[in-house]
Write a new protein. Structure first.
Length: 219
């Protein structure tokens, strides 16, 4: 295995997995910390007398779409797992280990499945939940402005109640976001890549192909 050169494609995928996995893991941890901190503040703070309670925004949305909070939690956990798997598989690919190739393929399949589930849920219910929370937040800002002197804060544009444009974006996201995992699987399944991970030397190209246009011998 040590004498087998690492294919350039494997090196490229390994570096991409390390970069995406490393920065993605950091981003997921920061996101989890932000959501956790905001949830703690909302749960422990009480608005001043005469002002609307911001917790009502989330309570109203939760009553209308009770599944949303569990989808958010599940997405956060799945995101952390995917980034960790990308990071570990990148290390295995750089070391040209068979487990690294298998883990990279499994992670890519996991990413494809998660992307499809996430966008399908968004089209079924998620987009409506986002529009609902935006509406409730607008209502909260209006009530807050009424309880305080000064002009009302600017409204957040919803772009109408039609979720069809967002659903079109979800469909396109299924194809765009799955480009990298599909490419990863295709590269990992190439015969030359499989031979490298099996510890076999690369196949020598036929001499006729090597000499075509480059060698001294005539055809």
């Amino acid at each position: 295995m040590a004498n087998v050169p690492r294919p350039g494609a494997v090196t490229a995928i390994a570096i991409l997995n390390l970069i995406v996995g490393g920065f993605g893991l950091l981003g997921c941890l920061c996101g989890c910390g932000s959501i956790g901190g905001m949830s703690y503040l909302l749960a422990t703070s009480t608005p001043p007398a005469g002002q609307p309670d911001p917790r009502q925004v989330f309570l109203v949305v939760d009553r209308a779409y009770p599944l949303s909070k569990w989808v958010i939690v599940g997405s956060m956990i799945a995101g952390l797992l995917v980034m960790l798997l990308l990071l570990v598989s990148g290390i295995g690919l750089l070391r040209l280990r068979s487990w690294g190739r298998k883990l990279a393929i499994a992670t890519a399949l996991f990413m494809i499945g998660l992307n499809v589930i996430d966008n399908v849920y968004a089209m079924v219910q998620g987009n409506a939940a986002v529009m609902k929370i935006t509406e409730e937040y607008q209502r909260f800002l209006q009530e807050l402005a009424k309880s305080q002197p000064g002009a009302a804060p600017p409204m957040i544009g919803l772009g109408g109640r039609d979720s069809a444009p967002i659903s079109i974006m979800n469909v396109s996201s299924i194809f765009v976001e799955n480009t990298y995992p599909i490419l990863l699987i295709w590269i990992m399944m190439l015969k030359s890549i499989r031979r490298a991970f099996a510890g076999e030397a690369p196949l020598a190209a036929p001499r006729k192909e090597l000499d075509r246009g480059w060698g001294d011998a005539a055809d």
